[in-house]
Design a protein around this ligand. Structure first.
Ligand code: SF4
Length: 352
């Protein structure tokens, strides 16, 4: 389909006639709430992100409320959503806008994209939805739609591929209704031109869609690289007595920064022997193993985690001197934010 106006007309007609996807942030005029929804929805399905958006909106109805919140509270509210740098950046940028920009949310794509934690996609969404700027969003949904309609076989995860899809998206976006167009293409990719079993029979592009006409739907879009996941084995230590438990705050550049975890030993392969000895060495005191939890498995984009929690016996909590470790009362555990696997373990073992 050569004519870009025709593409946006078909898409906007579809949006006006058949798109009834209701989202609480649709039609929102506050850039803070649009930003919040876009950050929550990165790498996250709508069904999973929606309750988080509503919780954040209730806890922090304005950008100033978020800026003034303690970091631990923000992280705890984000608990379970993953990709925790999003929460840290959100909080950092809220403070920046509230205090350095005097509460004034930047109003152009150029200025929005400079904010920490805001990439081209989110900047395009905010600048088009709120400020009417003609900036096309480009994400997996958009790439899939364009690759199929236009039969693009260039791998999208290469420099050339990225440039090609960005230019095409920018060429196609409606000049009159850029915000509506961006929302429409996001919804169209999420509900009609889905990765599996797209609804081609009811699709307004079916007569011109190259993938549909040439039976290439499952081949498009093309990706060049396969992600090789890093395997990580975590052996968490349950160091507790009747009243207290040891936890530690994550810092450094690894995942979960800002959240709390149980102390752990990590390996790149399963540890099968001498666990008690390794624990004693790690803790600097002689301990024994009272039992193991069931295994927990978690898949992240670039990492695969296998975790086991070890119930440790004979530990003197006052003499645990691991980096960052802190003794906390068991009845205060719920005031800390934990990554998903640790949270699940604590809940399943009635510790939370
Ligand atoms: S015809 Fe099918 S593959 Fe082509 S854009 Fe429509 S839903 Fe996607």
């Amino acid at each position: 389909m050569k004519n870009s106006t025709r593409f946006s007309t078909l898409l906007l007609d579809w949006n006006r006639n058949s798109n009834d996807r209701q989202m609480p942030w649709k039609g929102e005029r506050d850039p803070y709430l649009v930003w919040l929804s876009e950050i929550i929805l990165q790498q996250t399905r709508v069904e999973q992100g929606l309750p988080y958006f509503l919780r954040f909106k209730e806890a922090y109805p304005t950008l100033h409320d978020l800026a003034d919140a303690p970091e631990d509270d923000v992280m705890r509210l984000w608990q379970g959503l993953g990709y925790y740098s999003r929460a840290r950046n959100l909080h950092h940028t809220a403070k920046h806008i509230a205090y350095e920009l005097k509460g004034e949310f930047p109003s152009t794509y150029h200025d929005i994209v400079k904010l920490k934690g805001i990439g081209p996609y989110t900047a395009a969404a905010i600048s088009s939805f709120i400020f009417g700027e003609r900036q096309a969003v480009v994400d997996g949904n958009v790439i899939r739609v364009l690759a199929r309609v236009y039969g693009i076989e260039l791998p999208f995860d290469t420099t050339d591929g990225r440039k090609h899809f960005s230019h095409l998206a920018q060429e196609l976006i409606s000049a009159e209704h850029p915000g509506e167009y961006n929302q429409a293409i996001m919804d169209f990719g999420a509900t009609v031109c889905t990765p599996l079993n797209p609804k081609c029979e009811e699709c307004p592009f079916s007569k011109v869609c190259v993938a549909y006409q040439k039976n290439l739907i499952s081949e498009l879009p093309v990706k060049s690289k396969k992600i090789v996941k890093k395997e990580r084995y975590f052996y968490y230590l349950v160091l507790k007595n009747d009243k207290e438990i040891i936890i530690s705050k994550r810092s450094g550049d690894d995942i979960w920064k800002g959240l709390y975890i149980l102390p752990y030993i990590e390996s790149d392969k399963p540890i099968r022997k001498n666990i008690a000895q390794r624990l004693s060495e790690y803790l600097g005191q002689k301990v024994s193993v009272a039992g193991y939890s069931k295994p927990y498995s978690q898949q992240l984009t670039h990492q695969s985690h296998q975790s086991v929690f070890i119930f440790v016996e004979g530990v003197d909590l006052q003499n645990v001197h691991i980096d960052g470790a802190m003794r906390v009362p068991l009845d205060k555990l719920s005031t800390f934010g934990f990554p998903k696997t640790v949270y699940l373990f604590l809940v399943e073992n009635s510790l939370l």
